[in-house]
Design a protein around this ligand. Structure first.
Ligand code: SF4
Ligand code: SF4
Length: 123
């Protein structure tokens, strides 16, 4: 695929918000588990990050995606628009808005996060 501008790159994202769900990693197996708790900065009404320009400063684990890293990040949602573009080996499911199906990080104690583990395919 030929290189694309940052502006074109940003337009690929459908703002589904799935990459903004909090995840837990098993200390022993390194397995990643999705939760249905979404980053405190994701605006569920507008379906987008409310601090996009400052996201990596405010949330150190927030990844700035680009053409080189997108296919290397194993936890990226299977339905992510970038994965759909760069990974020919999977079939995406139709997207549904997250509002009403997730809770904001603002309303969850970090110690309770395990209680919110879900199967990514259920979202
Ligand atoms: S800072 Fe924004 S882009 Fe990063 S995880 Fe939170 S809502 Fe998503
Ligand atoms: S999962 Fe992919 S398409 Fe959805 S918001 Fe994140 S980067 Fe955009």
């Amino acid at each position: 695929m030929k290189s694309i501008s940052r502006e074109e790159w940003e337009k690929i994202c459908d703002n589904c918000g799935k990459c903004c769900l909090l995840k837990l990693q098993d200390e022993n197996s390194d397995e990643i588990f999705y939760t249905n708790v979404i980053c405190r900065y994701y605006d569920l009404d507008k379906c987008r990050c409310s601090v996009y320009e400052k996201r990596c400063e405010l949330v150190p684990e927030c990844v700035r995606l680009d053409e080189n890293n997108v296919s290397k990040i194993e936890w990226m949602p299977k339905t992510c628009a970038y994965r759909r573009l760069f990974d020919a080996n999977f079939v995406a499911k139709p997207q549904k808005k997250l509002k009403g199906r997730v809770v904001s990080q603002k309303n969850v104690q970090e110690s309770e996060l395990e209680d919110y583990i879900i199967d990514e395919d259920d979202l």
